[in-house]
Design a binder for this molecule. Structure first.
Ligand code: KIV
Length: 272
């Protein structure tokens, strides 16, 4: 279903049905303005925990609270009407046990009205994924480069670069599919591995830095708009330099105010 012909919000089963039919488009958002602007063009909006870095200027995604994800997800749900909305579960909110995961995932779903949740983790998390799916929580499983594992990986590094580690990621993928994940998000893996997983997976694979071999692509919105700050991954194509445009507008506003030129204000208050 193309976003141009859609009249209602895309559901998780409709997203799954896009596999093999058309590529899935996604971007991250955490505010009303961005969500509203991208809604007609994307299939799903992701409230990524990358918000911790791009929105709050923190150094990793680890410091994102459940309340923050809930607040941003509510903003995105109420600002969109066509795209499926998927939220990231923050670090520490689901790893302890299937019960802890269920409690927190249910709270996010209930309080935000989003459609599904994304959890990071390899096959060790598959039991939790199964527990959630069997209780009505649609799960997208994020494997490969998992930013919440930055301290284990020793940085944000591409994963699965040799046969052994690539096989381990394939096993992660199979375990999540068996557990009932409706989609696999593949981050920072090379094309041959992304292609192999996409070929055997009945569920759509969504790539970020994982080659065009995936069934869809997601990017961090700030990265494609020139708002990503110092660290923008090499695989990101800039689509606009909105940062420069905003800077110009700020400079223009500051100049006008300092020069005593602010005619709109008089007009608004009916002062002649
Ligand atoms: O948090 C995020 O934005 C993500 C994307 C990198 C996929 O998980």
């Amino acid at each position: 279903m193309s976003s141009h012909t859609r009249s209602k919000r895309l559901t998780v089963p409709q997203l799954v049905a896009m596999k093999g039919q058309q590529k899935i488009v996604s971007l991250t958002a955490y505010t009303r303005s961005m969500a509203e602007l991208m809604d007609p063009f994307v299939d799903f909006v992701l409230i990524g925990d990358s918000t911790a870095m791009v929105g709050y200027g923190r150094t990793s995604t680890l410091d994102m609270s459940l309340e923050e994800i809930i607040a941003h997800t509510r903003a995105v749900v109420s600002s969109t009407r066509l795209a499926c909305v998927i939220a990231d579960m923050p670090f520490g909110s689901y790893q302890e046990s299937p019960q802890q995961a269920y409690r927190n995932c249910a709270e996010v779903l209930a309080r935000t009205g989003c459609d599904a949740l994304k959890l990071e983790g390899g096959k060790a998390l598959a039991g939790t994924v199964e527990f959630l799916v069997q209780r009505g929580i649609p799960v997208m499983a994020h494997i490969g480069l998992m930013p919440q594992y930055v301290n284990v990986m020793g940085g944000f590094k591409a994963q699965g670069l040799n046969d052994t580690t690539a096989e381990a990621i394939e096993e992660d993928a199979r375990a999540h599919l068996t557990a009932g994940a409706f989609s696999l998000l593949l981050e920072g893996v090379a094309e041959p591995l992304a292609r192999r997983i996409s070929d055997f997976s009945a569920m759509p694979t969504i790539g970020i830095g994982a080659s065009p071999a995936c069934d869809g692509q997601v990017l961090v919105t700030e990265d494609i708009l020139g708002l990503g700050g110092e660290y923008v991954p090499r695989f990101v194509k800039p689509y606009a330099d909105v940062g420069a445009l905003i800077s110009q507008a700020f400079e223009c506003f500051a100049d006008e105010v300092r020069n005593g030129q602010f005619p709109q204000m008089q007009h608004c208050y009916g002062v002649s």
